[in-house]
Design a protein around this ligand. Sequence first.
Ligand code: ATP
Ligand code: MG
Length: 332
Amino acid sequence: MILFKDIITQNEKMLENIEKARIYCDKNVPVLIYGETGTGKELFAQSLHYEGNRKSKPFIAQNCANIGEGIFESVMWGVERGAFTGAVEGAGLFETADKGTLFIDEINSLPQHLQAKLLRVIENQKVVRVGGTRPHMVDVRLIFAMNDTPENVIKNNIIRTDLFFRLSEYSLRMIPLRDRKDDIPLYVEYCIQKYNRENNKGIRGVTDELYEMMFDYQWPGNVRELMHYISFACTGCTSELIGKDDMPDFFFDFYDDEAETVNVNTVEDISSKIGINGKSYEELMQVYSEVVLRITLEKANGNVSRAARMLKMPRQTLQHRLRKAGLDNQRN
Ligand SMILES: Nc1ncnc2c1ncn2[C@@H]1O[C@H](COP(=O)(O)OP(=O)(O)OP(=O)(O)O)[C@@H](O)[C@H]1O
Ligand SMILES: [Mg+2]
């Protein structure tokens, strides 16, 4: 259970978010929380619930990216007996969360036709179980999260505008760690103290050199990434100050990557892979795009989120392109 006091920040905009969220707590309105991975969306969602007037009722979280398109409706609205062969009757998450809160995460991964159905449920406050006809009234407070920007989900038609405007009246924008580097020492301090307390150790801080690197770094994984690194570093640290040698190797992998953008722009590089051979411009562009995708994926060790960052492209868009190019067997 997370409360607002557990959200660590001294950043003005994040403090404003906390103030806004405190006001939203007891309002029975949907709230949309958006921001990059690891910026605290789940912490805000939980605090909204556990500090609001529904705190003694269930808080249920469901990530849209983890739920197959085919079962979304049975999971959400439930199933009536005999709906399909082998169907097991049961309530969906809307009914289970009745009087409480349903946190619908990564709403930007939900296909459009299901977004339309979700919007109808939100507006009518009723669900009809799959295979059933009887509407069940539900009293559920909804919180949504997405790891994309409003501009992008609208411009690229990822979220239907009718649903988006229904959700976004009360919204909270999480600030990436690279735009609030003044918070870095707070998280470092927090992790070190926690480690010292739990392990009876006396680590005092971080070397100036490492601090400098941390201020330089762009933190694609935001607070989660920072906390992981510091906890890892504490475990191996043998002196009073954590130095760069205590950091995990992947900190340096990412750190070095930032200097390196994908470089496929030499003529030899491309022509060795493409060759003009009477192909149309469109066909060539398709091959070129595939080359870029393959090279980037390889550099990112198959990690799609990382590849998306390298190409400065939303993960969702990259995934879509990978799928189109038949390269979507590597996932993350
Ligand atoms: N402001 C914060 N104060 C304290 N811990 C934080 C804060 N923000 C993030 N964290 C830490 O980072 C972890 C990730 O945060 P959270 O789960 O809220 O991210 P998220 O935005 O939901 O990310 P994702 O999109 O990957 O689900 C938390 O479990 C917590 O340890
Ligand atoms: Mg989350």
